[in-house]
Design a protein around this ligand. Sequence first.
Ligand code: PMV
Length: 331
Amino acid sequence: MKRQDVFQAILADRSRAPGRDGRGSACANIALCKYWGKRDVELNLPVTSSLSVTVPDFGAETVVRPVEGPNRLTLNGETCEADDLRAQRVFDFLTLLPGRGEASFEVLSDSRVPVGAGLASSASGFAALVLALNDLYGWTLDTRELSILARLGSGSACRSMLSGFVEWHAGERTDGMDSFAEAVGAPWPGLCLGVITVTDAPKPIGSREAMRRTVDTSILYRKWPDRAAADLNAIKTAIAQKDMEALGTAAEGNALAMHATMLDSRPPILYALPRTVEILQTVWNLRAEGIAVYATMDAGPNVKLLFEASSSEAVGAAFPDVQTFDLFGGV
Ligand code: PMV
């Protein structure tokens, strides 16, 4: 099945006539149980379910409008060249719109995601773009349908359609209609995310290629579906019980297991830099001193920390450069 067919199926007899301006905004999300590996590369269908937490107030605000001439993408006030990779991904996504004919679009997106902080900007970017298109065409899609369309742009974007804790169901269908994001659990006041930026340099290898290589060559990856299923269960129980130790243990272990499958790939993939390892060791030393702080990492060397507001001071003292986000409001 092609991505165009999914758009066609979801939009069915909905409006194809654009209004003047469409607007949408969405926040970044950080996976506690990672999405790693696709069962369908075209539709971004994952091998396993994943679970994230949305980072409030940090994301993208997007305006989309039909224009004459070629497509245009402006990010934070700067127009992207047509050969810019981000522009190509957005323009490619816009070709999926059914009945679009020769129409071109101007997309203006302002991202409040700190550049290079490792808070994947593509997730909030594609979620905001889908919401802006929904507004432009007046589709009035529901959250499930919106998350399926965002998934076609970037897998993890489907989770940015919701706030709080979000589960992305892997689903089983080949058309991916059961692979969507849904809110889970209750808010956890006081839960914090700390971001430590090791480098904001572009990554040597993108998540798409890294996933493909891992799935194709890592023998360890064959155990990943069991690992992920166990971690997902543990994380859901920990959220229900607001059990920091259980949440942190499962989330940190899940991230490290994901990186282990990458190390086992041929050729190997290692995102960690020396400072990444130093941060992990400091986190483990803090835990040995009784501070409940845990680490997670995505497809890059930057480290994100999970802790409760009661540990903020100790975390700030150990990592003076940490950027802390209050995920659900204070206690
Ligand atoms: O959605 P993508 O293609 O950017 O992949 C995201 C992969 C990870 O960030 C490593 C894990 C995740 O679940 O977000």
